[in-house]
Write a protein that binds this ligand. Structure first.
Ligand code: NI
Ligand code: MN
Length: 223
């Protein structure tokens, strides 16, 4: 599978012959190098409804006709606008033509009333990708290693203020023990600056089997 970083928490995942767009935030994203109307995708996955994760979802879903996978509350809001979505929820897993998606706990606000944020455990091409979304450090992350793993790639927020910081993300790597850790949700705004060299040092201590792979905005990495 190939991951392309579009800035902040927005990713394109090409796997199983399909393209998944996760948490589209390009318009007004100071880190973005691509425009929303340039993006082609088969699926749009949304972890929660804060603007820095969903702002371009509606326009991209309307233009592309992509299949949306998200929480039940966000699917309800999209449905009221005439956009169909898979309204799943925490613990649920569904198979698609590229593989499967399981919604996992994220300790964070939902951005919609009555909702809950989520992360995604994506299985495709025989690999397991944990996309954390926005979350605090939680011991529930040990489930990813002990029950649902082994995890090949963990994409984790590291910028603090809204999410885990670098020290907590390193501990998350101990809990998850992924082969690769990919940082996100940092350096987009002044409030969420992070030092990825510090992350590398801390991950080397907390989870020696994990390699930190920093993907530059606009760059792709094949896992
Ligand atoms: Ni958020
Ligand atoms: Mn966010």
């Amino acid at each position: 599978m190939q991951l392309t970083f579009l800035g902040h928490a927005t990713w394109l995942v090409e796997t199983g012959g399909k393209t998944l767009l996760i948490d589209p935030f390009l318009t007004g994203n100071p880190a973005a190098t691509r425009k929303a109307d340039e993006i082609a995708c088969d699926y749009v996955l949304i972890t929660h409804a804060h603007g820095d994760h969903i702002s371009d979802a509606e326009s991209i879903l309307r233009r592309t006709g992509a299949t949306c996978v998200t929480t039940n509350e966000i699917a309800g809001d999209l449905g009221a606008k005439g956009i169909e979505a898979h309204g799943m929820h925490l613990g649920g897993k569904q198979s698609f033509d590229f593989g499967s998606v399981k919604l996992v706990l994220a300790l964070h606000g939902s951005g919609v009333s009555g909702g809950h944020a989520c992360g995604f455990l994506i299985e495709s091409e025989g690999k397991k990708l944990y996309f954390a979304g926005d979350t605090a450090l939680t011991t529930d992350m040990q489930l990813l290693r002990d029950v649902w793993g082994p995890i090949d790639v963990a994409v984790l927020p590291v910028g603090s203020y809204f999410t885990m910081d670098v020290p907590d993300a390193a501990v998350a790597c101990r809990f998850i023990a992924p082969r690769y850790c990919v940082p996100m949700h940092y350096n987009t705004f002044p409030a969420i600056q992070a030092d990825i060299d510090d992350l590398r040092r801390r991950v080397a201590k907390e989870s020696p089997s994990t390699e930190v792979v920093e993907v530059a905005v606009g760059a792709s990495h094949r896992f």
